[in-house]
Ligand binder design. Sequence first.
Ligand SMILES: [Zn+2]
Length: 371
Amino acid sequence: MQVVKHPIAVDENVATAYLTSLHYGSPGAGKKVYIQAAVHADEVPAMLVAHFLRQELERLDGEGRIKGEVILVPAANPLGLSQVIHGAPFGRYHLSTGINFNRLYKHVADDLKKSLEGKLGSDVDANVALIREEARRHVGLWEPKDDAETLKKTLLSMAIDADIVLDLHCDNEALMHMYTGTPLVESVEPLMALLGARVLLVAKASGGEAFDEACSRLWWDLADHFEGTAIPPSCIAVTVELRGENDVRYDYARQDAGALLQYLGHAGVLDIPLAPLLDAPCRATPLNAVEPLSAPHAGVLVFHKKLGDLVEAGEPVADIVNPVSGQVSTLCAEHAGLLFASTAHRHLLRGMHVCKIAGTESFRTGDLLSS
Ligand SMILES: [Zn+2]
């Protein structure tokens, strides 16, 4: 294993920050896998899963059983992890700019559409190799304007040419669920089965330039642009939401790390005993079929339904109780679906997020990710 420390914030008059990546196997010897934990900093279950991944990868590497390259970034956001406001960790947004740490990654497809004009042919492998080379070059040309962008560039530089990218997050309170690109559903279903994920949310472009999409979407954007040229979706990038932020348990973390390693085993990256793959526990859900509910006024949030419940259209999901005015508003889902994620707060202001319900019928447009 090789440990690399990347300088992120190194001005000598303020606090410094370095990012650490752990490198296993041999670059070029097989597939490249990139795994990062907690780019939203205080999404702690991901870091505990990384702890178990690290132990296993170290052992497998020592035994020569890694058939390719695996990069693990066990705490992907040293800037966010250092942000604590009056005792409360605050890792989703960069405090200096208010920008979400998982948004605005450089999407290189537009640059590649120009630089690859006339250079791609009928040889799939040659196309893939050239696209990766150009993608690396264009990420390298990104000029970060602040420390958060330096962090984003550093993370993306390690992942942009990977075959598999696993971005480990969690929600506030949630069932295990995942996000990926629509063209990747078939490749991601085995992971869904291994993790026991209850929802797989998919979109071709979800808006906001999240990390997983910055790695994967360029492939189908280029395939659409260079129509008729052999460009397969060559990066399986997935955002894995490891339940809720307080689901930090050794049993979950061991089980989840085991599932991720099995996935890499089935992908031919790890030489480990393989369990048979089961069918995916559910079908992929279009991201634009997710119904977010929000608070119509300030008050105490009381759920009628719990995570994992199926909700009918028009059925009460939660109440907002204002203890001063006495107003009680009942929130109902407009569309039937599975209640899979909710806020961890129990007093909300008007407009604050309450929960998300995964339906089956597409109905939303515009940016599909929560801020
Ligand atoms: Zn997150």
